[in-house]
Ligand binder design. Sequence first.
Ligand code: MEV
Length: 429
Amino acid sequence: MIAGFSKLSQQEKIDYLIKERGLSHHATELLINHHHPELQETYNQFSENTISNFYLPLGIAPNFVINSKWYDLPMVTEESSVVAAAAKAAKFWSERGGFKTKVISTLKKGQLFFKADWSFYELSTLLPQIEDKLKQSVAELTTSMEKRGGGIRDIDLDQIELKTGTTYALDVYFETADAMGANFINSCLEKMGDSLHHLLQIHNPNKSVEIIMAILSNYTPDCLVECTVTCSLDELKPYAADFSAREFANRFKHAVDIATRNTSRAVTHNKGIMNGIDAVIIATGNDFRAIEAGAHAYASRNGKYASLSQAEIKDDIFSFSLCLPLAVGTIGGLTSIHPMAKIALEILGNPSAKDLMQIAAASGLANNFSAVAALVTSGIQKGHMKMHLSNILQTLGAEQDEIEQAENYFKDKQVSHSLVKAFIKSLRN
Ligand code: MEV
């Protein structure tokens, strides 16, 4: 065990790994090569105990038309086919009216948990009397947020029955304008905790009060966005492969309906949505764990985990829509300090948080559309295998003419590393 690892310099940390973990010379060189020549200090700040950087590609899915506005989406993902699938669906829908999106709500909730010798009834009766004082206690934090159109919108009381007795939650609802607002919400809640303690003690010094914790909630069902694409059945033909457009639409709807009823399928279906959403969320410096947690909780809101998207066919019109919570920010946090996040936001025309909710939702629906379309036609492996082949060819250092010959040869054959290697070897001989 080592004490004081964090105090070591970056080189000393690497030396420690060489000594204790037998890090090879090659690995050491790679770690150093992945340092940024000018901005390493900036990158170091994002986390702790940094020894290098871990690259992920930043790609562009062009041609997204969202509410008649044209975007090129920056996407960061380690999964091949995700950007290509988004780009393909974006182009397809751009010729069919584009993505129609709407922000339904933008409230975020923070929770102040406390124990008290007060009944729920007593506390609920007192709350309207002390609400203003609670808000005033955080005025120095909320004033500038109010100037940007945000602030505290509502305060509610909830009770949680535990084996050890009743615990209360003061649910505080916030608007955070273009900021994700995590720090703002947490600071307000912590300060409000002191104030709540004080106010309850003033009202009845004989009743004990204990603040347990204060934290924002990543369950954000009041920060919702929806996104829809619509076209006539005939217009689906380019995705229908060997099926008629109508057959394709029916198969597509069938697949989505399965995800509305079967949890195992719903999780994978929603993962396909999150492929598109996370890639935009990461590119723009937002917290993808928060987005994931909130989205999956929302998918379970009716007591059973289900698909976040729905497909409809009515009067020969196909529509496909997605509704989910996306609590994002476009100012503050990593969005303003990660050089790549800043560029990603610039590529998107420096959107507001509401714009970004809609852009990310469109990306999610695009990926979901491509994935389900592939699943109900050629299957998912065909596209994946093409990417797989290209990755293998790259690791084998294949030249352009070798790549072309391999692509042609493996068009209708099983792809594996050993088969591709043997093929390239035969070409080189
Ligand atoms: C793979 O990353 C995503 C899919 O599994 C999504 C789906 O099954 O709908 C293809």
